[in-house]
Design a protein around this ligand. Structure first.
Ligand SMILES: [Ca+2]
Length: 308
């Protein structure tokens, strides 16, 4: 969740371009003007792979999911699955993350909605903020090591918005960041420095792969022909002891191979986070006219691979 300009210069210097087909699996949802979102370019560090169809149909068993049905009848989250981050958390972001406040986090029409709002807010502890939003996670409720996670989401596209689907090692409190490890399945930044609203990113961070040392950056992005905010898309990670593979609508665009060294911190349980940040070190300048902004998630599904 942290980036630097140097990082992007380095990224662009080593860019590998792959032209992808613009086909769309059924999960894409409705197509605008009968034209699916087109992928102009896929760029990835690490091991380069051509896009291929997802093997989701075969040998995978669902072990955890939230379809965001309103099981409580009041728009609240399923508290057996999700908890909240509260307050100002990281990256000098502008939003105060509220807890169990429907304005910012609610379940509606089978979707999770995280809403970033410009407002004068005073928390119960007296802290004041000009912006509120939501960040939820499964820490202490669900984690997994290896498998596949699919998240179907429609991204918030306001300038300054920074929606994300990501995971951190459950030992974060013990070891801190980046030793705990971080897997960013999807990050989307509209107005950050050198950012492009036509890109989504996938990145891993760890002791050897963090944005500060950049010893071995591990990241990739997709460049689209229009912003990926108009419709739902499926962002996926397929993860085993050998590799992590990142997919967009069932098409792989980034594959990272286990380096087998002690800095590979992706062989332990991780928990899931969904949030909508506003501003901060990467989110960039917030344009108030673009708020409120809504980040929709249709489902989160986690699978484990069955033995053949
Ligand atoms: Ca749903």
């Amino acid at each position: 969740m942290k980036k630097s300009n140097k990082f992007y210069c380095s990224l662009m210097a080593t860019v590998i371009t792959t032209v992808l087909s613009s086909g769309c699996v059924s999960e894409c949802g409705k197509k605008l003007n009968n034209k699916p979102l087109g992928i102009i370019k896929a760029s990835a560090y690490g091991e380069k792979k051509l896009v291929q169809q997802s093997p989701i149909k075969n040998n995978w068993q669902l072990i955890w999911s939230d379809e965001f049905e309103d099981i409580n009848g009041d728009g609240s989250l399923d508290s057996s699955k999700w908890g909240y981050e509260v307050g100002f958390i990281r990256n000098k972001e502008s939003q105060y993350y509220t807890k169990d406040r429907r304005n910012n986090v609610r379940v509606e029409d089978g979707k999770l909605i995280i809403e970033g709002i410009k407002e004068d807010f005073t928390a119960k502890n007296g802290k004041k903020s000009s912006y509120t939003s939501g960040s939820i996670n499964t820490l202490g409720k669900f984690s997994f090591k290896y498998g596949r996670i699919d998240v179907r989401a429609k991204l918030a596209g306001g300038r300054g918005c920074w929606p994300a689907i990501w995971m951190m090692g459950t030992d974060r409190k013990k070891y801190g960041w980046p030793k705990c490890g971080e897997i960013d399945i999807m990050e989307y930044v509209v107005s950050g420095k050198k950012e492009n609203p036509l890109r989504v990113h996938s990145t891993v961070h760890g002791p050897n792969y963090d944005w500060k040392t950049e010893k071995e950056p591990r990241t990739g992005y997709l460049l689209f022909d229009r912003p990926p905010t108009e419709d739902y898309h499926v962002y996926s990670l397929e993860w085993n002891q050998d590799s992590m593979k990142f997919y967009f609508d069932g098409k792989m665009f980034l594959s990272l191979k286990n380096t087998q060294n002690k800095e590979w911190v992706y062989s332990k349980p991780y928990y899931i986070l969904l949030n909508l940040a506003l501003g901060g070190s990467w989110g960039g300048e917030i344009v108030n006219d673009d708020l409120p902004a809504k980040y929709y998630v249709d489902y989160v599904r986690v699978y484990e691979k069955l033995a053949k």
